[in-house]
Design a protein around this ligand. Structure first.
Ligand code: PHE
Length: 333
């Protein structure tokens, strides 16, 4: 067997044995590189006579053809295998079980607020919002709350330091004043939002709470409209068989004013009334202050504590549970 035959046989075996593209390349360098046996044989060609040179040249050409064909075939196979391995390693298993993340949901107060707004929007009201840091003009003056009214005293109202006459709104009624000073009747709005009072926190009080207040101003609005609206609201929120009763009350911005109770049937035939909101006919002074003609228009207003509705509906005993952000409590709703 000639040297070339032996080199050919070695090279084909080494090519077949190469397991990676890198190993294959090492074979190429070792068999055909500058310091290979083959390079030595090629260099010796110039010492041969023309006959011998021609014979060796043919042998070398045959070797190159055989080597290149084997090399290319192996290269193709190894490249395909490498691609398969890469695709396999990057494969996404679409049948793998998902990581379990507990689903989130709106806070109970947000849920109740949305339900309350839905009831009124369904009756044709529009939603109006205003700032939580509010001027005394909107929070008090336009609402007929005089300077010496107890609601204005420091113990109830949180004043904003460094500003003249800016308070954290004590109710969302200032939004009603903003609507009345900028829009002409007929008006039907509900005003949701946070409100603030300098109260110490206990089971039924929180210095931050939230309200949905409502306002309707148009020609010929009467207390009967107020009663019908609040009865519909109570039945939608608390149950179709509920009744309401209006008790005389006082608010500076309504005359007459009424506190509204909703009936309940408890366990064991236990029944009674629960206070849910304050309301009344908009005081003619308030209409006039806000630029609406009190001889032509009348209106009613009501203010509902969202926490109170949430607590009554879901038997929450302590208002602080609504603000503590304890996931175990919140997960119940
Ligand atoms: N603004 C009153 C409060 O916060 C509630 C209310 C609104 C009462 C509208 C009557 C009419 O207590």
């Amino acid at each position: 067997m000639s040297d070339i035959d032996r080199i050919t046989q070695d090279a084909l075996e080494a090519i077949a044995a190469a397991g990676t593209l890198d190993e294959l390349d090492e074979v190429r360098v070792r068999v055909t590189g500058k310091r290979s046996e083959l390079a030595g044989i090629q260099a010796s060609m110039r010492d041969l006579d023309p006959e011998g040179r021609k014979a060796l040249g043919q042998q070398l050409n045959a070797f190159r053809g055989t080597f290149q064909a084997a090399f290319d075939a192996r290269h193709e196979a190894l490249a395909a295998a490498a691609l398969d391995a890469q695709l396999e390693s990057e494969r996404l298993d679409l049948t793998a079980p998902p990581r379990r993340l507990p689903p989130g949901r709106p806070h109970l107060l947000t849920q109740v607020e949305q339900e309350m707004l839905d009831v009124f929007v369904g009756m044709g009201y529009r939603v109006a919002e205003g700032p939580e840091a509010e001027s005394g003009t909107y929070n008090f003056d336009l609402l007929n709350i005089e300077a010496d009214h107890p609601a204005r005293q420091e113990m109830d109202t949180i004043y904003v330091d460094g500003f003249d006459d800016v308070v954290l709104r004590t109710h969302t009624s200032p939004v009603q004043a903003r609507v009345m000073t900028t829009q002409a009747p007929p008006i039907a709005v509900v005003c949701p939002g946070r409100t603030y009072r300098a109260d110490a926190a206990d089971a039924t009080h929180s210095p931050v709470f939230s309200q949905v207040e409502g306002l309707v101003v148009a020609e010929g609005i009467t207390m009967a409209d107020l009663r019908g609206t609040l009865l519909e609201f109570s039945r939608r929120m608390f149950g179709a068989d509920r009744e309401i009763r209006l008790r005389p009350s006082f608010f500076p911005f309504t005359e007459p004013s009424a506190e509204v109770d909703v009936s309940f049937e408890g366990a064991g035939g236990n029944h009674g009334w629960l206070e849910i909101l304050g309301s009344g006919m908009v005081d003619p002074n308030v209409l006039a202050f806000c630029g609406i003609d009190p001889d032509r228009y009348t209106g009613f207003a009501f203010g509902i504590g969202i926490e109170r509705v949430a607590m009554l509906r879901h038997q929450v005993r302590d208002i602080r549970d609504l603000f503590d952000a304890d996931a175990r409590f919140l997960a119940r709703f």
